[in-house]
Ligand binder design. Sequence first.
Ligand SMILES: [Zn+2]
Length: 252
Amino acid sequence: MIVSTDAIVLHAMKYGDTSKIVTLYTRKYGKLKVIAKGVRTAKNKVGASLEPMTISSVVFYKKQNRELSLLSKCEIALPLKNIFAVEDKLAAGLAVIELLSMTMHDEHEDEQLYCSVVETLCEIDRAQNNPVNVFIAFIMNFIHRIGLSLTLDRCVHCGTAIEATAGHARFQLSEGTIVCAACAATSAQSGMPLSMGSLKSMRYVTRVPLAQSTELTFSVTARDEVLEVLQAFMRYHIAGMRTLRSLSMLCR
Ligand SMILES: [Zn+2]
């Protein structure tokens, strides 16, 4: 069956002398692998459309129960102009596709998630400031989409609004909930420490439209704390989830 769809390139590796095996996250079929024959020859023009993070239109020959589909056509559908040139944008964009590579099952179609990934990459590409905020908003939305939940507004123990409390709260990985500093001090509450600034920032980026999320400047400490807590939560709940290597490129 010949199929045509849009796709985000997740990963590409050399195969033989002239070909590549490319992992795509497609709009219609979810994650799948294609073999792109002859794309590494000098005459071939499709190479750039198979670079990781590129949003491309693809046509391929799909056979039932075959792990690899044969790519017949590929071109850039939505050019990203800045994401490859700015370090924090590159780290945020690569972290999005690294997360998808790790957590998506093959051929699990989810058009809404596909659209959310495209929107995220485009927003990172055009962000004037703080592109990593777009990634943080994406992770928090992703957590919700895969059926996990985060409750960040009230202490799960005493019910007090977190805004009204002081000190470091504690984030509980098993439940995705917050324990205020007072409750954490008086009972044996475990969990990761989370500053009030980090908590407020997490809530801000999910409340506002994606483009507006970049208007908030986190301190590097708060940004790293948020990224660490969210990754630890995903590692706790999602099989196969590991620390995102792309984030080690972030400017400190
Ligand atoms: Zn409390």
